[in-house]
Write a protein that binds this ligand. Sequence first.
Ligand SMILES: NC(=O)c1ccc[n+]([C@@H]2O[C@H](COP(=O)([O-])OP(=O)(O)OC[C@H]3O[C@@H](n4cnc5c(N)ncnc54)[C@H](O)[C@@H]3O)[C@@H](O)[C@H]2O)c1
Length: 277
Amino acid sequence: MRKIKVAIAGVGNCASALVQGLQYYSKKGPDDGLTYWDLGGYTPKDIEFVAAFDVNSRKVGKDLSQAILQPPNNTVKIVDVPKLGVQVKKGPVLDGIGKYLKDVVSVSGQPAQDVVQELKDTGAEILVNYLPVGSTEASRNYAEAALAARVAFVNAIPVFIASDSAWAARFEKAGLPVAGDDVMSQIGATVLHKTLVKMAIDRGVKVDETYQLNIGGDTDFLNMLEESRLKDKRESKTSAVRAMSPYEVPTRIGPSDYVPFLENDKVCYIWLKGRYF
Ligand SMILES: NC(=O)c1ccc[n+]([C@@H]2O[C@H](COP(=O)([O-])OP(=O)(O)OC[C@H]3O[C@@H](n4cnc5c(N)ncnc54)[C@H](O)[C@@H]3O)[C@@H](O)[C@H]2O)c1
């Protein structure tokens, strides 16, 4: 099977988990913990990384296998990743680094790379967007680059591109897949909350109200202290849970604080109030 060539924008904790996960699951089988180990005949070993972009001076210029281990990344190390031969290139900063990230990310002084050219030169087929929440301009810039380089776009963050009809139409017209927006953890707060609401409704409960408060100690949570960057994140998480109910339920969901010593652990508090016989 031919390899699927993937580029990453944003070499943070999620990218680290993806790169390590691919390494780990390339040597595993269908019953070792992935939702879909085999997708249309492709398994993890059929995916290869060919390009990566970041703006952090600790990551730009490094091999992707080393860049994923640089602070402030703090996701667990589950496996040794050999040198991948993919040098992290400086992307355009735009609105990628918010008010709080400025304190922990030193932006590389190198000039930004031509993203379109890099995607073409490396033969990338899919660009995965892992930028910080609120990076609207930067995400749109990578989406434009994907269109120009004729590369599919997986938008893992809550900036509305795949679910925006104008953007979706542009990808459709170009004959390129676009998927997103935001990703859902395999077993995380969103799927747990959705399941609880669905179970209550399936069992005849009239759900009166529900909330989900999330805390964590990584840069994702630090960045999300900036409420003005959060609107799309709240909407993305809230609409996922709301979709479980046929009627309007007062719902409040979203990141609620940054607790540094939690590092990459995340804690969610779910409240659900309803009435039943
Ligand atoms: N962890 C999850 O379960 C989960 C679930 C859903 C969505 N997400 C979203 O995925 C995104 C990534 O999360 P994370 O935990 O990896 O965040 P992170 O802060 O660890 O990583 C973001 C990376 O983007 C880089 N960056 C900033 N501006 C850039 C630019 N203009 N070009 C290139 N790189 C740039 C940063 O330097 C950093 O390395 C976030 O938006 C997060 O909300 C995460």
